[in-house]
Design a protein around this ligand. Structure first.
Ligand code: SF4
Length: 504
């Protein structure tokens, strides 16, 4: 943490953006107008003349001075909001530059602090800009490195192969269904994941499932009546295979009966993330209802790590359950790995990748550990020893090389706050095995309806791209009390959205 004194009085949203930039270098930094014993002292200058924005920054530390200047000219004047964004960017440029000089760290994503870099790429593409022009803008306006621009280019290219009608898919919707139970809670987890044993005893599991059936039927009825096509369905949570095989069977029956034209849905995924929840009976149920994609998540192939993060299953169990699923006829299996888990470095990741090579899942999602505020790991950070930035970057590079050598291509990416090394999470797949849902949720090109616990709905206006969100409660006890109201609310929101479309 650093106390950074800024000698200018900035608007609150400017301070927020500049704090984000400072945090790329020093965790939990704060900007102050006046503070005793600041660690760093920064002076800014800025002006806007016609459509030209000029900024300068000077950082003084230990009798040394680091300076940066930046000028950008825009062709158009832009509305007030746009002008504010431009100035924030111009200030971010100079702060990033002086902090890079001071720390010797290079920020690969430049001043881009958002979660979805490829969404920005698509936006520029839809404005009619070609590959070279987009690269120029990403470099000039955001200081993104050539390496990350190349990553964005190849992801966007794959996405357009996987979903050729990506620019036109806004009139369809996808559905997310949240089942909030897991055998135990992992230390890094902030998802709605409640220990199933305890909740079953209390009767919460049965009441939650009753509610979920009703919510699916109600939403499905509306979709059928209004002739809305469903692109993809994703069962997440928690771990939706934590419940019994018969309970899964009943849920998928309701899904097939309720949603429109289920046989033509492009993809249905069920997270079977925890290998300790997978049984032959549950795999049979998945096959019976045409579930074509599952996730079996090792996270790491080191038993000590799994123990340290509270996963309560062994590496061998992951491998055994993978083969069980394969033999049961699951031909689209995703596996997740996390870079930077406690006590792991390059050699542990190398081991995990060697094990992955023997399994050859259709897709591999490589996450970088992120310290989410509410997780056990963040709250007891001192208990966990994690790799430094340099090592995390080496690990990321190793994973990237491995995927290339094994015939996987990156097809989606997202970033999170407090992610180790300010890197990203990247989904890789064999060609043709990209997850449709993952692309749609990342690029925010269509409405995703959230059903069940902790499910967030994003209503995307296909004409304007405007997004309205609605959150179902995370806690199953709360869900049971409020799901009827939540269902009606979402139906009303759907109605508004599609009426808008019909009128246009
Ligand atoms: S399996 Fe996934 S959802 Fe469940 S506790 Fe672990 S990280 Fe959270």
């Amino acid at each position: 943490m650093k106390k950074i004194q800024v000698h200018e009085r900035f608007k609150e949203d400017w301070v927020q953006v500049l704090t984000h930039i400072a945090n790329l270098f020093f965790e939990d930094s704060k900007l102050y107008e006046t503070v005793e014993d600041p660690d760093l002292s920064v002076h800014f200058q800025y002006k806007k003349e016609n459509n030209t924005y000029t900024t300068a920054c000077q950082l003084e530390v230990d009798d040394k001075v680091y300076k940066s200047e930046y000028t950008i000219h825009y062709e158009t004047e832009g509305v007030v909001r746009e002008q504010n964004i431009r100035m924030k960017r111009a200030l971010s440029h100079v702060l990033l530059d002086v902090l890079e000089q001071y720390t010797g760290m290079k920020q690969q994503w430049g001043i881009l602090t958002g979660v979805r870099p490829t969404k920005l790429y698509h936006k520029l593409r839809k404005q009619g800009l070609g590959r070279e022009k987009i690269a120029e803008v990403l470099k000039r306006d955001f200081r993104i490195s050539d390496e990350k621009i190349a990553l964005m280019e190849s992801i966007v290219e794959r996405q357009l192969v996987a979903i050729p009608d990506l620019d036109d898919i806004g009139k369809e919707i996808s559905i997310y269904i949240g089942v909030p139970f897991c055998p135990t809670k992992c230390a890094y987890c902030t998802f709605p994941a409640y220990a199933i044993g305890h909740n079953r005893k209390k009767g919460t599991v049965a009441s939650f499932l009753d509610g979920l059936h009703i919510e699916m039927r109600e939403i499905g009825k509306w979709l059928k009546e209004n002739d809305i096509k469903v692109t993809s369905i994703y069962w997440g949570g928690g771990t939706p295979t934590s419940i019994e095989a018969e309970e899964m069977d009943a849920l998928y029956k309701t899904m097939v009966e309720s949603f429109p034209d289920v046989e033509n849905i492009r993809e249905i995924t069920v997270e079977a993330g925890r290998p300790d929840t997978i049984t032959p009976e549950k795999l049979e149920v998945l096959k019976k209802w045409g579930i074509d994609r599952i996730s079996v998540n090792p996270q790491s192939y080191m038993d000590e790590t799994l123990k340290a993060i509270g996963r309560h299953h062994t590496v061998q169990e992951t491998i055994d359950k993978f083969w069980l699923a394969r033999k049961a006829g699951m031909y689209n299996i995703n596996m997740d790995l996390i870079i930077g888990l406690p006590n792991e470095g390059v050699s542990e990741l190398e081991h995990s990748l060697n094990e992955t090579e023997k399994l050859q899942p259709e897709s591999l999602t490589v996450h970088t550990l992120s310290f989410k505020r509410a997780s056990e790991m963040t709250q007891n950070k001192e208990k966990y020893k994690v790799a430094d930035r340099q090592t995390v970057m080496q690990m990321m590079q190793l994973a990237e090389n491995w995927t290339r050598n094994n015939g996987y291509y990156p097809y989606y990416l997202y970033r999170q706050k407090n992610i180790l090394g300010n890197l990203e999470n990247v989904g890789y797949s064999k060609p043709g095995e990209e997850s449709i849902y993952n692309i749609l949720i990342m690029e925010e090109v269509q409405t995703i309806l959230g059903i069940g616990c902790g499910a967030s709905s994003k209503f995307v206006n296909p004409e304007t791209g405007k997004i309205t969100q609605y959150f179902n409660p995370k806690d199953p006890a709360q869900y049971i009390l409020s799901f009827e109201e939540a269902t009606q609310k979402k139906i009303a929101m759907l109605h508004d959205l599609y009426n808008v479309q019909l009128k246009q």
